[in-house]
Design a protein around this ligand. Structure first.
Ligand SMILES: [Zn+2]
Length: 502
């Protein structure tokens, strides 16, 4: 097993670890996360061992350090992230579900004991998230209630053949325009036409919706622009734009001389959700209202038909709706009131909240302080084996100090000699910067690095920096190649476990 593992990249190993080991360690954790710490400590041991194998470093390094090196969230924070999301999910349930009833009861009673229960702990964790991000699990929109199983329907073929608004070729544009013109020329008499579009300045960001309606009786076109939300996604804008049209026709005087409405939207997702039974986890309330109001129109004898139009294909109605939506999005920047919380918002906020805690813990921890010098900002980014798996694990061990040099070994085995063969204590600094045994290799490394950075001074930060703040960040990969040469030429690590397993 170990032999096989040594050939697999650190990144793949960490991904396997996450999907097989971590998923097991986290299973149903919202329920048992209040158990005694001596039990959860056992999980940290597994985490330390697992990460040490993935990173190919000695398992004597602290688990805190290994987590920062590998970009894997500490498991107690991962439990917190899961619990907060679970609580939000329970909040979105219908009141008739027993667990929701229990939760609502918890919110009103105030006894200290409640906080030692799983639900109590989740409430506290969600409060932390609210303080950190402003996102409140209690504001989450209600979950979609299934009324029996609905069949997913496939969209028409032309949806797939016209590219997307970014990649669309001139040919596809022309074909798209032709298809829409054909559709427009074959509409029945007394049919109203509407074009809708959404706009989002960022992801998530201020959202706007725009619609233009061409009435059937040659009346002037009606343009509607709406600032939707300060924070949302493009889908919300697209859906609200459709709602603007539907709501417009709910007023009876707006539908005089109208037998049907054809609505052109450039959002396949919205049309899919509204007409093809596609599933959406977000904006359930808006979707439900549109569907309800479409039924009202139908009962009044006015069917609403959806057509997809390619966006940015020089189709006049779509272009007007697009600029109305953009206008709405600009205005949405000024909206003050909080918008409804979606599952996406909760996911993002829960992540942000635990990342903040992780950063605080790493800054105030007593452990891994050698490594902290090089890597102060935590992030959930799995490291790459640069320039090779072998040198990545050696470099990591030099950063942590838990390495195969005599100064460290003498701390583990008190009888062993802490000195280098040159007579000085063999520390990381000694080996990399001062030892007379490797002067030639070091000079080659120094010269090569000087050619890249223009800086003749070479210190530990130059060689081992890894953080976002690393001043040699742009040249880091090249510097690591020269460091790898030095590691090889010095021959100092030829007998370490890391190299043997290769
Ligand atoms: Zn030496």
């Amino acid at each position: 097993m170990i032999k096989g593992v040594a050939k697999v990249s650190t990144k793949i190993l960490l991904q396997i670890y996450q999907s097989i080991v971590l998923s097991t360690l986290e299973y149903a954790s919202s329920v048992w996360q209040t158990c005694e710490t001596n039990i959860t400590d056992k999980l940290n041991k597994i985490q330390r061992k697992g990460l040490a194998i993935c990173l190919n470093v000695t398992p004597t390094s602290s688990v805190e350090t290994l987590e920062v090196v590998s970009g894997i969230l500490p498991i107690h924070l991962r439990r917190e992230e899961i619990a907060t999301r679970t609580l939000a999910k329970i909040n979105s349930y219908d009141i008739s579900i027993p667990i929701k009833q229990i939760l609502d009861d918890w919110k009103t009673i105030d006894i200290p004991e409640k906080y030692v229960s799983p639900v109590g702990k989740m409430i506290l964790q969600a409060e932390d998230m609210k303080v950190c991000t402003g996102v409140d699990v209690n504001g989450i929109e209600a979950e979609f209630q299934f009324n029996g199983i609905q069949r997913y329907k496939s969209p028409p073929d032309y949806w797939k053949n016209l590219g997307n608004s970014k990649s669309r070729s001139t040919d596809q544009k022309n074909v798209g325009k032709h298809i829409i013109m054909e559709k427009l020329s074959h509409l029945p008499a007394n049919s109203c036409i509407a074009f809708t579009d959404g706009s989002c300045l960022g992801s998530p960001g201020p959202v706007g919706a725009g619609a233009v309606i061409f009435p059937s009786n040659n009346q002037p076109q009606i343009e509607i622009s709406k600032a939707v939300s300060k924070k949302g996604s493009i889908l919300l804008g697209e859906l609200i734009a459709i709602k603007l049209v539907v709501d417009h026709f709910l007023i009876s005087e707006n539908r005089q001389n109208t037998d049907s409405i054809t609505l052109f939207s450039d959002s396949q997702t919205s049309i899919g959700i509204l007409t093809l039974n596609w599933k959406s986890e977000n904006y359930i309330k808006v979707i439900r209202e549109i569907k309800k109001n479409m039924k009202v129109l139908k009962m009044n004898g006015i069917p609403l038909n959806f057509e997809w139009t390619p966006g940015h294909a020089d189709i006049q109605g779509n272009d007007i709706a697009d600029s109305l939506a953009k206008k709405g999005a600009k205005e949405a920047e000024k909206i003050e009131e909080p918008s409804e919380v979606t599952r996406q918002d909760i996911k993002r906020a829960a992540r942000e909240s635990v990342l903040r805690k992780w950063q605080n813990q790493w800054e105030s921890s007593q452990r891994g302080r050698n490594y902290y010098n090089y890597h102060q900002k935590v992030c959930q980014k799995i490291p790459k084996d640069l320039p090779s798996k072998w040198s990545f694990s050696i470099t990591t061990s030099l950063r942590t100090g838990y390495c195969d040099l005599n100064d460290y070994k003498s701390k583990i085995i008190p009888s062993s000699d802490k000195n280098c063969s040159c007579g000085e204590p063999e520390t990381v600094e000694h080996y990399l910067l001062h030892c007379s045994n490797y002067e030639e290799a070091r000079e080659r490394m120094r010269t090569s690095i000087y050619f890249i950075t223009g800086n003749i001074h070479m210190d530990l930060d130059t060689l081992l920096g890894i953080d976002e703040e690393d001043i040699n960040r742009d040249n880091r990969n090249e510097i690591l190649c020269h460091l790898e040469n030095y590691l090889t030429e010095s021959g100092r690590f030829k007998n370490t476990i890391q190299q043997k397993t290769l």
